[in-house]
Design a protein around this ligand. Structure first.
Ligand SMILES: [Zn+2]
Length: 253
């Protein structure tokens, strides 16, 4: 999970052959009609369903460096295109059903990310605020990793208690008031931990090859981290790679 910058929404979200309509116009028309609709969620689903998702994805790939907004697996149009995900679920927040800042690409896996989250809100319990959108918070500074690829909420990071509680529940199963709670995004699923560990191995191997007879300086490691983060297509699990390059693995654990 990293902070993102949203690009301008698509200038046309109509399917091929239909009159072009911008995302902004679609949202405006939707919000104008919403108060008069008795079944808001059904109306939200129907209006959201009219958007040509391929055109949304085209913009979102570049916003996210073609990585899942949650787990940082690589995304592509082959093998089933990624899901356009409502950060705040449409069924609970129809007001933001067609809101650009609420839409992100998630990998199409069943047991993690949007496949695990479904209609659950990103919050610890109903009284908590929703976890801020990734345009509002530096998530990469709130979560950390172990050298085995396990993700954690850093105990040395500053955040309010509700954010910490929700982030912890997003990543792992928790106990709350003595009751078990299932992880919302399940970001320490064994396949993800193994994949992060493999990404780390590949980064280390490359590093050993490049600096065969000496230790890389801090500046050289930072340079590599910056190079990785500037790529149009980010490498899968870029956060753990950068965390290792910056000497942050295990920090705040
Ligand atoms: Zn994912």
């Amino acid at each position: 999970m990293r902070r993102l910058a949203k690009a301008r929404p698509p200038a046309n979200v109509s399917p091929d052959g239909q009159t072009p309509r911008s995302f902004a116009d679609a949202e405006r028309a939707y919000l104008a009609a919403l108060p008069s609709r008795p079944e808001t969620v059904r109306f939200a689903r129907s209006e959201y369903g009219r958007l040509e998702k391929r055109r949304l994805r085209q913009v979102m790939y570049s916003e996210q460096g073609s990585l899942c907004v949650y787990c940082e697996r690589e995304l592509c149009e082959n093998n089933g295109p990624p899901h356009v995900e409502h950060w705040r679920p449409l069924s609970r927040d129809p007001q933001h059903a067609l809101h650009w800042n609420n839409l992100y690409l998630s990998c199409p896996t069943m047991d993690t990310c949007d496949g695990a989250k479904r209609d659950r809100p990103l919050k610890g319990d109903d009284t908590d605020p929703d976890l801020p959108w990734p345009i509002e918070l530096d998530y990469e500074n709130l979560v950390g990793f172990t050298s085995q690829g396990v993700m954690c909420v850093r105990d040395d990071a500053h955040m309010d208690e509700a954010t910490r509680r929700t982030l912890e529940l997003a990543i792992d199963d928790r106990q709350h008031d003595g009751m078990p709670q299932r992880a919302i995004l399940n970001l320490n699923h064994p396949t993800l931990v193994a994949a992060r560990s493999a990404a780390l191995d590949s980064e280390r191997t490359r590093h050993q090859r490049d600096f065969e007879n000496r230790t890389a300086t801090r500046d050289e490691r930072e340079q590599r981290a910056t190079q990785l983060l500037r790529r149009e297509q980010l490498p899968a699990f870029v956060s753990i790679r950068v965390s290792w390059l910056r000497g942050m693995l295990g920090r705040g654990r």
